[in-house]
Design a protein around this ligand. Structure first.
Ligand code: F6R
Length: 269
């Protein structure tokens, strides 16, 4: 797990955008798993700027939505499909046929979830999965107690998550209680995972996920078992971490390790 602590939200987004850009330079048909919510908004703005400045081209990029409210149609202003369109897709040159999402109104939920998993496989899996984190440690909408091996399926949201997301709903009674979400097992098959978190309200979840035991009670703690995870957070979200100075030390000295690796490769060849 690489824990990258930045001064503020803007810097988190800058770091994440740079990682994505570098990865895209090596693989233009990058397949990305995309979260909604507050956390990735600044990252999406930066990706749009990269596109507008001709630094990144999305014509071969493939996108997979992470989750969706059950019961909401694609054009519902609070649907995740609508969010992705408004905050990213309509501003870049991603092809419509390369955008995949979980539908809030599928005809047959189980076969829809199965087909979604198959679609991800068809594209060779997710190269970079972008995640936010819930205050209770959820990733996607895999709430505490979700199986750590779970696949794409229906979940019932916790009261806490419903409350946290209620800011976007005018009529509080209409807030969906169920969603479709990619499973934790599905997330763990991604090649790289980038988790973004900002603010003190996320500090407890970050502390438990990074330094606590791996447990279904804190779904994001499973990320400790993934080989390429970048936890990119600001000072506030990092404030409870016991080893934050060490994480900073690793980051500050990273270029030296990269130098050793480069030298050893050159010596070999
Ligand atoms: C959203 C999602 C959720 C959010 C999490 C944090 O697609 O899957 O896991 O990432 O609830 O939400 P924000 O970023 O709004 O605090």
């Amino acid at each position: 797990m690489e824990v990258i602590i930045k001064q503020n939200y803007d810097q988190i987004c800058e770091e994440a955008a740079e990682i994505i850009l570098q990865r895209w330079k090596k693989k233009e048909n990058l397949s990305m798993g995309l979260a909604t919510g507050k956390s990735p908004l600044g990252l999406y703005k930066r990706l749009i700027t990269l596109y507008k400045n001709n630094k990144m081209d999305f014509s071969r990029v493939v996108a997979f939505g992470l989750d969706e409210y059950l019961g909401l149609k694609e054009n519902h202003p609070q649907s995740f499909a609508y969010y992705m369109k408004k905050n990213l897709f309509q501003h870049i040159n991603i092809k419509k046929e390369n955008i995949f999402r979980l539908k809030g109104d599928p005809e047959d939920i189980n076969s829809h979830c199965r087909e979604y998993e198959e679609k991800i496989k068809e594209f060779g899996g997710i190269d970079i999965q972008i995640l936010g984190i819930g205050r209770n440690g959820h990733i996607g909408f895999n709430e505490p107690s979700s199986s750590l091996a779970s696949r794409t399926r229906v979940k019932t949201l916790t009261q806490e998550t419903i409350e946290a997301n209620s800011r976007i709903f005018k009529n509080k009674e209409n807030i969906p209680r169920h969603c479709l979400t990619i499973g934790i097992g599905t997330i763990m098959e991604s090649e790289m995972i980038i988790l973004l978190a900002s603010g003190k309200e996320k500090s407890e979840a970050i502390k438990l996920s990074v330094e606590g035991p791996v447990t279904a009670s804190v779904p994001a703690s499973i990320l400790q078992l993934h080989p390429v995870v970048k936890i990119i957070i600001d000072k506030e979200a990092a404030c409870l971490l016991a080893h934050k100075d060490y994480y900073q030390w690793i980051y500050d000295n990273k270029y030296k390790v990269e130098g050793f690796i480069k030298n050893s490769k050159e010596k070999k060849s």
